[in-house]
Design a protein around this ligand. Sequence first.
Ligand code: AMP
Ligand code: DBH
Length: 541
Amino acid sequence: MSLVPFTRWPEEFAERYRLSGHWRGEPLSQMLAEQASTQPDAVAVIDGSRALSYADLDRASTNLAQRLANRGLGQGNCALVQLGNQAELYVVFFALMKAGIAPVNALFSHNRLELVAYAAQVRPRLLIASRAHPQFTDDAFVEELTELIPELDTVLLHDDPHPELRLQSWFVQAKALRSFSPTPAGEVAFFQLSGGSTGTPKLIPRTHDDYLYSVRRSVEICQFDRETRYLCALPAAHNFPLSSPGALGVFLAGGRVVLSPDPGPASCFPLIAQQQINVTALVPSALAMWLQAAPGRHGELDSLQLVQVGGAKLPEAQARRVPQVLGCRLQQVFGMAEGLVNYTRLDDSDEHVYLTQGQPMSPDDEVKVVDREGHPVAAGEIGALMTRGPYTIRGYFQSPEHNAAAFDAEGFYRSGDLVRQRDDGYLVVVGRIKDQINRGGEKIAAEEVENLLMAHPAVAQAALVSVPDEAMGEKSCAYIVSPDPTLKGIVLRRFLRGLGLADYKLPDRFVHIDALPVTAVGKVDKNRLRRRVAEQLTVTE
Ligand code: AMP
Ligand code: DBH
């Protein structure tokens, strides 16, 4: 069977990463086998009133892997998975790792458009989703997908009433008919999602070797161990709560993951108290809610030792309030699903923790800060971040044209972030050059939304820009050129939703404009639009 194709690291790099012990030829499922044999009864996951031990997680995932193998699914096959913050997400993840099937783990907030875009790229034979998601309450979308992807021959739905469709019934032991095994560690294990800046969402192929290294190194830096009780409050499939060190870091270290349905204080604070949570990961907008809710509720947060914050820039004033208000340490995390993750270290000075976004986790991470021409800027100057290393991809999945722009000739990835690198190697994120809105850590590719808006018959041109927002950091504003000045935002929002776009990508504001301003070279001048939005033009909500 053919393996999933991807852009490999050149052999000289691969050899270096193997020699230095970063890449060890181990599959991602091995961590689970190890915990299940050394501490089978230890609790691995808590989801509401359910507790899964390492033995439970190992057994259920092996049973699912066996059943999938019996259906002829295995190496070279891909899956589309969409589950919420629920224990089944980890059972499924490990089952697919064991069976050598490469999943795309869509976020629960993703909608028809995103799911179709992912399916069209990986051509999944397997779909795993939840009846609790609006797209899967009836069978219409499953039928649409099977028509679009004739290869799709196995559909499993969490909480479906029929045993053969019901995901949970596949966690029960089956007769072993066929053998199964993980893909070789240097091959694609699964796909991460890119926040992206282009019309279609891009997929990020991650190998067992590279991902496991990033998890192992993260565990070392964050000092996770068997005592770790990690609250997973961000969308569990996201790279941050999955791997930095995230749930996989917890499993590698033999600790416990407690799932929260959302990152709000109302859900999280009682869980922290009940489950004696000592570490969690938040985006800045969630942290802001915690800082607001915490005064007077200190008792509930007593067990908390470390709050990791990343996904978007954390304002210094908020950073400084963490120890006072939450009574724990702060760690800043600046990462990307494409690879590079930076951490402030647990023993760093206050100055580093409050003022920087950390330094690369690996001694083999290479970072360049460059000017518009691609030349390195002088030390300490602001420039665009470029990186390559033992867990940073060399190309997006099946995107040769985009890859030609997103990577340089030496394989460095252009992250699109504007940073300053200090003498001590620590990075400070100061802005962004990619055409993206970072809405409370959720990334929106401007071009994707603009293209969809322009599909509306009354929209001639559209441009999506960010506007500063107290709660979310940034929100989105769509500038619309339309012959119909009465065209309302609510109509356009309904139109976008009707196309199947995820809710978080719907523009927060719409502004009519006679013509989009352009730069000297004729590109839409988004800087001018961003400045203009502050001046509050005709706003139609
Ligand atoms: P993605 O490539 O979709 O995984 O998103 C990664 C991007 O999120 C980075 O390139 C940054 O733009 C942004 N990001 C993540 N963490 C931080 C942080 N701590 N501070 C500022 N921006 C961040
Ligand atoms: O925003 C991100 O993508 C991100 C943030 C922190 C990430 O991928 C990570 C840590 O691993």
